[in-house]
Design a binder for this molecule. Structure first.
Ligand code: 1HN
Length: 342
């Protein structure tokens, strides 16, 4: 509601201001909206245009000097804040053959979704996993992590972090390791053997909200979607969609970020859907477009697009397509805030 502005009121607000006070009745309408009113906008980044810029960054600065050589995907509605949504950070990270991104840890939790290239690894708390295109890898809060490229081609992945959530709470801590690369003498990705076969170690106990599995491989996830789709499990909104799970609890991989993989058949015309968790998508396979609000966003493999909170979205394909996505859904659900509407 708009209130009448009288000289007396304006003078009073001036007095209030000098006491670090403000009248709620002037701010109420923007503080408490009947529906989400995000400053974030729908946007997309075409990989074809990003890739040359990433390689140019590769020629200008090493991964080691940069600490992390990343081009931040900034939501055009909130430029300058290193955010793709109000709660999430996203960027594309490049690591060239022979490079090391030195070990560090921070309160912010991270995910990687591998976009291009073979031969790179990430080490999480001393355990190394080699990453392949389409793999989903997590780096939970306060775990040591470093990356390296032992192969012969550039490797690029999409980073998603909960940095804005950590900073909302003013809970940021970070430190660098004295050693560049973590000692990794064990067979790689032992977590897959311990937690990735519908089995758990005898003495396993759940503590904290993070998945003990670091890497979720593309091939088995893709194959599962394919089998479900072939048996007719195709939702009018989502096609065939699964969420990545903590195998020990059935919960989300991390407390603040959830991730999803969906298969859409060729010629799919998805129904309109909205949810309160603004969502970042990465196209793995296929081509099509998404209607986000009134706007059409065409996409092809490796493109990134973002759907803001509560903006209606529908997906449409030309060819059979696979979309990876992530959002802050677990955090919203934990706080009793999440809503969806199909
Ligand atoms: C970070 O630590 C990584 O470890 C990537 O690869 C992106 C963005 C903001 C803050 C920390 C990484 C990041 C980041």
């Amino acid at each position: 509601m708009k209130h009448e502005s009288t000289p007396e009121r304006q003078a009073f607000y001036g007095v209030l201001d000098s006491h670090d006070l403000a009248p709620l009745w002037e701010a109420m309408a923007t503080l408490v909206t009947p529906q989400p009113q995000s400053a974030c906008v729908a946007a997309s980044w075409h990989y074809e245009r990003l890739r040359p810029l990433l390689l140019e960054a590769g020629a200008l600065i090493t991964a080691e000097e940069a600490e992390r050589r990343v081009l931040v995907l900034e939501n055009p509605g909130i430029r300058g804040r290193s955010q793709i949504t109000n709660s999430l950070y996203a960027g594309l990270q490049l690591i060239l053959p022979g490079e090391v991104a030195p070990a560090h840890r921070h309160a912010a939790a991270a995910l990687r979704f591998i976009v291009e290239g073979e031969g790179a690894y990430t080490a999480v708390d001393g355990e190394r996993v080699t990453m392949h295109p389409g793999d989903f890898v997590i780096t939970p809060s306060w775990t040591w992590h470093d990356h390296g490229n032992l192969g012969s081609e550039p490797v690029v992945w999409l980073d998603g972090l909960d940095v804005p959530i950590v900073n909302l709470f003013d809970t940021s801590f970070a430190e660098r390791s004295a050693t560049k690369s973590q000692f990794a003498d064990c067979a790689e990705d032992l977590a897959a053997s311990r937690y990735g076969s519908n089995m758990l170690p005898l003495d396993y106990e759940v503590h904290g909200g993070n998945s003990p599995l670091f890497a979720y491989r593309y091939a088995p996830s893709r194959a599962a979607l394919e089998r479900l789709a072939r048996s007719g499990q195709i939702d009018p909104v989502h096609g065939t969609k699964l969420q990545y799970a903590n195998p020990a609890t059935g919960g989300y991989p991390m407390p603040t970020i959830g991730a999803f993989l969906q298969l859409l058949p060729a010629g799919f015309n998805g129904a309109i859907y909205r949810s309160t968790d603004a969502t970042v998508f990465n196209v793995v396979e296929g081509d099509g477009f998404s209607m986000i609000g009134e706007e059409r966003f065409d996409w092809r493999p490796r493109d990134v697009f973002v759907v803001p909170s509560w903006v209606p979205v529908s997906h449409h394909t030309n060819s059979e397509s696979v979309l990876f996505s992530f959002s802050d859904r677990p955090a919203q659900k934990a706080l009793g805030l999440w809503r969806e509407h199909a």
